[in-house]
Design a protein around this ligand. Sequence first.
Ligand SMILES: CC(C)(COP(=O)(O)OP(=O)(O)OC[C@H]1O[C@@H](n2cnc3c(N)ncnc32)[C@H](O)[C@@H]1OP(=O)(O)O)[C@@H](O)C(=O)NCCC(=O)NCCS
Length: 188
Amino acid sequence: MVNQVDHRTRLAWPAKMAIEVREAEPEEYADAGRVTALAYREFVPPDDVGDWGRYLARMADVAGRADRTHILVAVEDGRIVGCVTLEIDGRVGDWDGDPPLQPGEAHIRMLGVDPGARARGIGTRLMAACEARARAAGKGFVTLHTTKRMEAAQRMYSRLGYERTEDHVFPDGFVLMGYRKELSGSIT
Ligand SMILES: CC(C)(COP(=O)(O)OP(=O)(O)OC[C@H]1O[C@@H](n2cnc3c(N)ncnc32)[C@H](O)[C@@H]1OP(=O)(O)O)[C@@H](O)C(=O)NCCC(=O)NCCS
């Protein structure tokens, strides 16, 4: 029977690990931000002239966006191992081209899992928690952006039923890939 069980289910077995996904407490914002920035550090190019460095600093500033977004954390044995920012009522507001949320839309931002805690279903759990909160808030669909280099994320989004939408191309050629999922179903 065991090899019929999905690897994420098996690894999420309570005896193996107890991961709690919940809203971050204010005293956890600094650590949640540290883990978020740590998760994205692998994408900083060696020749970064500061753009990525500034972006990581914004990601780490959870306290600066917690008044208008939902900050969810994954906690294992009292340690934050993942974090995601969910826009339900308002935007983070760190990006000029970001239009207001559409009616029925929730938007996922800055999903990150500690590199030492990956491939154990934590990202999936954070996504499921975002969808549950969006649904509870009466939202009909979830959107998000990713980039070409974020391949694990792309695989995960496809597996979770997200479909590709339009890209957003910045003047310097940087491409944000759009994804969207209707909330009629649920993650099992
Ligand atoms: C994307 C991310 C959040 C996924 O977190 P996670 O806890 O590893 O997610 P899960 O375990 O639920 O599943 C992720 C998938 O990536 C795979 N994966 C994750 N880390 C991996 C690794 N180091 N090596 C190989 N595969 C890996 C998992 O096996 C799983 O594959 P599947 O979807 O084919 O089943 C995490 O890789 C991360 O923080 N990446 C850097 C930041 C990022 O890209 N964020 C998304 C921005 S849009």
